[in-house]
Design a protein around this ligand. Structure first.
Ligand code: NAD
Ligand code: LMR
Length: 372
């Protein structure tokens, strides 16, 4: 049985947990992990994938199906079947190295991500309580996918604070995944360059990198085209079109799916790209990784705020969360790359940033006020 094997060798095992694994993102992401991770990272260690969902029938079927995939990554299914539902979460979360959370409801046409707040805040709070109970918080990495990211990361961090476990430094290892915004930036830009036959310096099979900072909804999303040389030959109108498309890219999928959910496949792809970096870190293949994700700025000490973060912090008092490039080591956030703010162009700094900060602050207050 995979679990027994994992327990025997737990020091040599990287245990990846997906909570909400039977859903649209959960299934596709788990498939990528089970089928592709083996080819993406070099390791002598055991990789184990533990999948949990409240939908018992679905998760049992998903794991049965995936257990026929011929990679050495072991896999286990967890669902609340017993009189004590915590037993399944305990088995799933014990010895976890990294927990991905796509559990929660997605949008339907006409809804904003904020409309998901109440129900998803309840779900992530319950899951956070189990993480607090069963995981070693001094080592754990948590990657949140569920929306609204802007408000749910504060909900989770407050839950940790209220449980007096912040001395574990868990706030340095808690990340809201915003990668889908730069994934969209890259493909939308590449498509525009191809369609309009605009020269970019990119090879035929090369993708651009579009940095995106801020938050993950509407105008809290700040695509930073000033730091994307492939966009240098675009007009301001073309850049404005791309910015708007990235900010509201999620709506395109929600409309296309006609009430059957939001982005799942592109999100599974985006979170898998992020996960690979963390697995390299956990395996010791990299000492540091550089990622962009939505993080708590309270991980900063005063010295960092006084230097690199001065410009940003002067825009809004007490901004507590932001998506920004970050260097992460095995102990968590090591350096926040605030310089990106200094390099913003006039429009990014004077138009996009103030609107982002105003809305983000209100999303953060919503998160911090839960539960009232
Ligand atoms: P989905 O409905 O297909 O799947 C959600 C899964 O969560 C379901 O299987 C459900 O049974 C499970 N679940 C619900 N409550 C649970 C609980 N308490 N414990 C464990 N599992 C539970 O939804 P989806 O399309 O996979 O989207 C999931 C979330 O991800 C949504 O909130 C969506 O808005 C968000 N999302 C985020 C991004 C991003 O960029 N961060 C992108 C796309 C979607
Ligand atoms: C996205 O950006 O596609 C996700 O956040 C899902 C959504 O609700 O738009």
């Amino acid at each position: 049985m995979p679990d027994a094997a994992v327990l025997q060798n737990k020091k040599d095992t990287i245990k990846i947990v997906v909570l909400g694994a039977a859903g649209g993102i959960g299934q596709s992401l788990s498939l990528l992990i089970k089928s592709q991770l083996y080819y993406m990272v070099k390791t002598e260690k055991r990789l184990h994938l533990a999948l949990y969902d409240i939908n018992k029938d679905a998760i049992a079927g998903v794991v049965a199906d995936m257990s026929h995939i011929d990679t050495p990554i072991t896999i286990s299914a967890h669902y609340s079947d017993s009189q004590d539902p915590n037993e399944s979460l305990k088995a799933c979360l014990t010895d976890a190295s990294i927990v991905l959370i796509p559990a929660g409801v997605p949008r339907k046409p006409g809804m904003t991500r904020d409309d998901l707040f109440k129900i998803n805040a309840g779900i992530v709070t319950q899951l956070t309580d189990s993480i607090i109970e069963y995981c070693d918080l001094k080592k754990l990495f948590i990657l949140l996918i569920s929306n609204p990211i802007n408000s749910l990361i504060p909900v989770i961090l407050n839950r940790f604070k209220n449980s007096n476990v912040v001395d574990s430094n868990i706030e340095k290892r808690l990340f809201g995944i915003t990668t889908l915004d730069s994934t969209r930036g890259a493909i939308f830009l590449k498509d525009m360059l191809n369609d309009l036959k605009i020269s970019s310096g990119l090879q035929l099979m090369e993708m651009p990198h579009v940095p995106v900072i801020g938050g993950h909804s509407g105008d809290t999303i700040i695509p930073v085209f000033s730091q994307c040389s492939a966009a240098d030959n675009l007009s301001q109108d073309q850049i404005s079109h791309l910015i708007h498309r990235i900010q509201y890219g999620g709506d395109e999928i929600v409309m296309a799916k006609k009430g059957k959910g939001s982005a799942t496949l592109s999100m599974a792809h985006s979170s898998f790209k992020m996960l690979i970096k963390f697995i390299d870190l956990l395996l010791g293949n990299s000492n540091d990784i550089t990622i962009t994700s939505y993080i708590s700025l309270t991980t900063l000490d005063d010295n960092e705020i006084a230097t690199g973060g001065k410009e940003l912090m002067s825009r809004i008092n007490n901004l507590k969360y932001f998506a920004i490039p970050t260097v992460v080591s095995i102990d968590g956030i090591k350096e926040i790359k605030f310089k990106i703010i200094d390099y913003l162009n006039y429009n990014e700094f004077n138009e996009l940033l103030p609107i982002c900060l105003e809305n983000l602050n209100s999303n953060i207050i919503t998160g911090e006020s839960f539960p009232k």
